[in-house]
Design a protein around this ligand. Structure first.
Ligand code: ADP
Ligand code: MG
Length: 308
């Protein structure tokens, strides 16, 4: 692949805290303009990885580049090239909206000629045109989050790192936030985002799943479901679904209820379907339908993490 189409590329990225290896020999590559989702449970190493990519934390080992700059030697250049929104939005709660924007314009060295335009852009993007003088801590969560994003990208960086940007934000604000992310991606900005919301993972172009400091799967959402899922998922429609689930549990089959439908995770759909039908029907419960379905990303991640 041509180097210039790559926004982020690292190999063997490692970070230790004392004896503990928080990030363990990670390889990642993100194309320009891509929305790259970095997923994993709490403590997996997402924030530590992001901080190394942003030049905020020196790796213990590894090599690579962000925006064409060396992660080991050019962290100052990297900081100017990227936008970073940390897990705890880094706004000043006691400043007004306008003062926060002013402050971050200064930090990012936005030139005087561009400043006014960028400030207006943030206010509009965050829906805060009428609240320029509002104290930041009085804003509802969704507004604060969009303001934090705006402040992180005042300097129009080509690569943006977002660390759980939507955690604790209401669903409507999350949706709006993703519309903004899509818009930026369409105009060529690279987005590297961590999340633990599986519906958000579906919105990404490509994903990597990290667990205990290691990347355990990588691919598009579709590839994750087709290639990385070591199990088949069956959807079962039966009378008395809760009782039917108990029957399956006794057979050692893992199940979950989705409305009145049962999802069962099995090694092989072909072998399991007749066995399951028989077991349920022997308990005098009618089986309307059993079929193999495309697993959800949640199914895939739960299975992969259990296997790891
Ligand atoms: N400064 C630090 N000192 C010691 N341990 C740390 C430090 N930062 C993170 N860790 C540990 O490294 C692991 C990964 O943390 P983190 O990258 O924050 O995970 P995530 O963002 O995926 O929840 C966790 O076990 C965490 O406790
Ligand atoms: Mg984190």
């Amino acid at each position: 692949m041509n180097r210039s189409t790559i926004a982020v590329k690292v190999r063997g990225l490692t970070k230790r805290f004392g004896d503990f290896t928080a990030v363990d020999m990670i390889d990642l590559s993100v194309k320009k303009g891509e929305i790259f989702g970095f997923l994993g449970p709490n403590g997996a190493g997402k924030s530590t990885t992001i901080k190394m990519l942003c030049g905020l934390l020196l790796p213990a080992g590894g090599e690579g580049s962000v925006g064409g700059y060396d992660i080991m030697k050019e962290s100052e250049e990297i900081k100017k090239t990227i936008g970073y929104m940390s897990q705890k939005f880094s706004l000043y709660d006691d400043l007004t909206v306008g003062e926060n924007i002013e402050f971050f314009s200064g930090i990012y060295g936005v030139s005087n000629s561009r400043k006014k335009k960028r400030e207006e852009w943030v206010l509009e993007m965050a829906g805060l045109q009428d609240r320029r003088r509002a104290v930041t801590k009085t804003l509802p969560g969704g507004f604060k989050q969009r303001l934090a994003l705006g402040c992180a990208i005042l300097h129009e960086p080509p690569i943006i790192f977002l660390d759980e940007p939507t955690s604790g934000v209401d669903p409507v604000s999350r949706r709006n936030f993703w519309d903004l992310i899509y818009g930026m991606s369409r105009s060529g900005t690279t987005i590297f985002v961590t999340t633990h919301y599986m519906d958000e993972a579906e919105y990404c172009d490509r994903l990597a799943l990290i667990y205990r400091g290691r990347v355990i799967a990588e691919g598009t959402p579709l590839e994750m479901k087709q290639k990385h899922m070591p199990r088949d998922v069956l959807e079962i429609e039966a009378g008395r679904p809760v009782e039917a689930m108990e029957v399956l549990h006794r057979q050692g089959i893992e199940t979950a209820l989705f409305g009145s439908l049962i999802h069962a995770t099995v090694i092989s759909a072909e072998h399991a379907i007749p066995t399951i039908r028989k077991a349920i029907e022997e308990s005098q419960i009618h089986v309307f339908r059993i079929e193999r379905i495309m697993p959800s990303l949640e199914d895939v991640f739960v299975t992969l993490i259990e296997a790891a």
